[in-house]
Design a protein around this ligand. Structure first.
Ligand SMILES: NC(=O)c1ccc[n+]([C@@H]2O[C@H](COP(=O)([O-])OP(=O)(O)OC[C@H]3O[C@@H](n4cnc5c(N)ncnc54)[C@H](O)[C@@H]3O)[C@@H](O)[C@H]2O)c1
Length: 362
């Protein structure tokens, strides 16, 4: 069978951390082309991967005949134009989150990908954490009964350091909302369903990060109602929670409490959940069962490597498997666009200090 030729657009941090090791797990795929506007980054990626088809303009990469699928890992403002150019050339697309700058852009991407019949995927990486995968299975199979309330709390300490394009509205769209809370908005959808209505607030505590101006929020919170559930949701995310650290070892807490029980997830403990059934007097810690330690079909040995990172590689496995099996990716641009609709509503709510209805992709 011919291998799927993959091109990577944007060769920065997340490509090294997630996508190169992920693609390395896929014998059905071959990395064939690289693109970055920064020649030094491009050269380093070429050296690291041995890939010699390199481009500084993404239009050249998407036109490359050896490229069947692209991974878009550039700053947020470039996602939509790059994705639409790739889709127009009939290429499958895995796009980093947030997939667009607003819901209108995201919906255009979803519609174009569906119309072209290409596979489309949003990089909501934390769906692939074994404990989150198991948690969603337990919710779907009725362990907690009807959900009462959902809570997500992402607290990090990024101090006052500069975060590059992430602190510039015209490049990132939103700050903490798109950067961190977008993943947790997706947890809410995964565990309870689409958000229907919300009220939100945001704060920028630092106007300057390491001498560079910031015009985006460092903190965000959302109070949510859901479309298909009477449950309520509370989501909070911060870059300025002193002492919390950052990345995989900092707080990413998610809890769903229902009529029959409770489930508690913490990213710091990716291979276990805390659970309780009605009548229990406390939470019990349970290990994630073997069958949930890796994504279905992943060749990864879940007992090898640092479990805080290795789950991320299953994301690219899912993308490639969906192409091979000619089925939709999970999560697709549908989930990416729905999260974007929630983000748009949160921005409007924070601005106008009122409840806002969330647009639907369906
Ligand atoms: N899924 C996750 O868990 C996760 C984690 C981190 C970042 N991300 C997302 O990944 C994307 C990239 O983040 P990052 O941390 O790797 O950023 P980064 O700044 O480290 O890398 C981005 C790269 O894109 C290049 N670039 C910029 N414009 C370009 C263009 N038009 N064409 C080609 N290359 C271009 C830059 O030169 C840079 O090398 C963002 O959307 C971010 O939100 C997702």
């Amino acid at each position: 069978m011919k291998q799927i030729g993959v091109g990577i657009i944007g060769c920065g941090g997340i490509v090294l951390q997630n996508h190169l090791p992920g693609l390395a797990l896929c014998p059905e795929a071959k990395l064939v082309a690289l693109c970055d506007t920064n020649p030094a980054v491009l050269q380093s990626a070429s050296h690291h991967t041995g890939v010699t088809a390199t481009f500084t303009n993404y239009l050249d990469l998407v036109a490359h005949p050896g490229v069947d699928a692209v991974i878009i890992a550039t700053p947020n403002f470039t996602h939509a134009p790059i994705a639409l150019a790739a889709i127009a050339k009939g290429k499958h697309v895995l796009c980093e989150k947030p997939i667009a700058m607003n819901f209108a852009e995201a919906k255009t991407m979803f519609d174009a990908a569906e119309k072209a019949g290409v596979r489309h995927m949003t990089a909501f990486t934390y769906r692939f954490v074994p404990a989150m995968h198991y948690m969603s299975h337990l919710v779907k199979t009725g362990f907690i009964g009807e959900p009462y309330h959902f809570r997500s709390c992402r607290l990090q300490d990024w101090g006052t350091r500069a975060v590059g394009w992430r602190q510039v509205a015209k490049l990132a769209g939103t700050g903490e909302l798109g950067d961190m809370l977008s993943h947790r908005i997706d947890y809410a959808r995964l565990l309870v369903g689409p958000i229907k209505r919300l009220v939100a607030d945001t704060r920028r505590f630092l106007d300057v990060r390491d001498g560079q101006p910031s015009d985006l929020e460092d903190w965000v919170t959302i109070l949510a109602e859901f479309s298909n559930s009477p449950a309520t949701g509370v989501l909070e995310s911060s870059k300025v929670a002193t002492g919390r650290g950052e990345g995989a070892r900092s707080q990413d807490y998610c809890e769903v409490n229902g009529r029959e029980g409770s489930l508690v997830f913490q990213l710091e403990r990716p291979l276990e959940l805390q659970i309780a059934k009605r009548g229990d007097t406390g939470l019990r810690t349970v290990p994630v069962p073997e069958e949930f330690l890796k994504w279905p079909g992943s060749p990864r040995d879940p007992h090898v490597g640092d479990s805080a990172f290795t789950f991320r590689y299953d994301q690219d496995v899912e993308f490639i498997q969906a192409i091979v099996q000619q089925r939709p990716c999970v999560p697709s641009f549908r989930e990416g666009a729905q999260a974007q609709a929630v983000m748009d509503a949160a921005v409007l709510s924070a601005l106008e200090k009122r409840w806002v209805e969330v647009e639907s992709i369906n």
